[in-house]
Design a protein around this ligand. Structure first.
Ligand SMILES: Cc1ncc(COP(=O)(O)O)c(C=O)c1O
Length: 419
């Protein structure tokens, strides 16, 4: 149980100045934003970097503006590299986490009978992509079982690695549909031991936790910049290890930026992760991402990683005490995503009722999480995802809104349903 009195010890003033961080976040004055797992509220420097570039494009021309800001554009690679502990040449910009993920998958020469070993909590679009590879190339998808306390059973997953020698091991660090944090570094140790190609979806963890590709031991890692990193929409990145670059992996549809057309019948991929990029960039977004990564590092990712999950834990505690509410997050380690089911409501009206109270939230449906929601026997849930710039008071306000809806409208609706 988290109580108010303990928070001042956990967050000494010197660690995070929440008031200053909120003053730096224009959206804080308008909404109670508990949808950071959807899209974080950008901080002022992120907004300024983008607006400044859009203005420059309008004034001098788009190509001329990117040339004039070449040094700042390079800052995207150095900032993201510093954030996840690799070199700038290991980073490719992508328009979304899914774009990064499918571009990475397209570089793997799958053959019929190859196995992709993944978890029951991997992201919906990744699961669909694996099935699609199955349809086209005869790839088999094997799901590692979960441990009784929730989250993947790493020992069982390692046994499956030895049994199947998968062409690819894929794990989502934090699923979209629950607060679970998967032990991606433990999985990575087994992959390194067995020399297996390892792809990590860090879409919900970048900006929420320290993400260190060396520690995780992954070959490929994908993320968006818009969620806990608080960058712009339409932006993300792909990390490509030196080993993968050296071994010549390249995306199926490599373009004139990723390769040189050296002879009429031959192209040569570039050496760096730029091999995975397109020629065209939304430069304002690229600069916004650089600013967001710089901002996260200035705030301090370790401090963020302490505060955001604690706000979520406080919210879970409050919600667990509300009659008719079932908190769904399970696992040995939980992050800043809180999910719950509520009796007596349909999904859209419930979210609309939260919207009407000025609380931003998101719905998750069984379709997003066939295994997880099947196990939990829920058709839908509300997802609340606070971040470090949210306050303890907001957490209590949100929990009170849910309690109010559960008590008043929920009970009335249940009674009507009984009749
Ligand atoms: C875990 C996870 N992976 C991937 C994605 C896809 O990200 P994008 O919408 O940027 O493609 C999401 C989006 O919610 C996610 O939560």
């Amino acid at each position: 149980m988290i109580d108010n009195s303990s928070t001042s010890d956990i967050f000494p003033e010197s660690l995070l100045d929440v008031a200053a961080l909120r003053a730096d976040t224009p959206g804080c004055g308008r909404v109670v934003h508990f949808n950071n797992a959807g899209c974080g509220l950008p901080a002022t420097p992120v907004l300024a970097a983008m607006i400044d570039h859009l203005n420059l494009e309008a004034q001098i021309g788009g190509y001329e503006a990117s040339a004039a800001r070449a040094e700042e554009v390079r800052g995207f690679y150095t900032e993201i590299a510093a954030l996840i502990n690799c070199g700038p040449g290991n980073i490719a910009f992508a328009s979304s986490a899914t774009h990064a993920y499918t571009t990475a998958l397209s570089a793997i020469p799958f053959e019929s009978g190859d196995v992709i070993l993944t978890t029951r909590n991997d992201f919906i679009s990744n699961q669909i992509a694996f099935l699609s590879l199955g349809k086209r190339f005869g790839v088999r998808v094997v799901h590692a079982p979960d441990a009784p306390e929730g989250g993947v059973d790493v020992a069982a997953m390692a046994a499956l690695m030895r049994e199947h020698r998968p062409r690819l091991v894929a794990a989502t660090h934090i699923p979209t549909n629950s607060g679970l944090v998967q032990p991606v570094a433990e999985i990575g140790r087994h992959c390194r031991e067995l020399d297996l190609l390892y792809l990590v979806d860090a879409c919900q963890s970048v900006g929420q936790y320290p993400v260190d590709v060396a520690e995780i031991g992954c070959d490929l890692l994908t993320s968006t910049c818009r969620k806990f990193l608080r960058g712009p929409r339409g932006s993300g990145f792909l990390y490509v290890s030196d080993r993968v670059l050296r071994e010549g992996y390249e995306p199926l549809f490599i373009d004139m930026y990723g390769a040189r057309w050296v002879e009429p019948d031959r192209y040569r991929p570039v050496d760096s992760a730029a091999r995975f990029e397109d020629w065209e960039f939304p430069y304002a977004a690229v600069l916004g991402c650089a600013a967001a990564a710089r901002y996260a590092r200035q705030v301090g990712v370790a401090a963020i990683a302490r505060r955001s999950p604690l706000l979520a834990a406080r919210l879970r505690d409050r919600l667990a005490a509300v009659p008719g509410v079932r908190v769904l997050d399970r696992g040995p380690r939980l992050g800043a995503i809180v999910t719950f089911a509520i009796d007596g409501w349909q999904p859209q009206p419930f979210k609309a009722a939260m919207d009407a109270r000025g609380v931003n939230s998101a719905l998750s449906f069984r379709e997003f999480a066939q295994f997880d929601f099947g196990d939990k026997d829920v058709e839908w849930c509300l997802r609340l995802s606070p971040h470090y710039y949210n306050t303890e008071e907001e957490v209590d306000e949100v929990a009170a809104a849910v309690a109010d809806l559960s008590g008043a409208d929920g009970h009335a609706r249940r009674r009507e349903g009984d009749r």
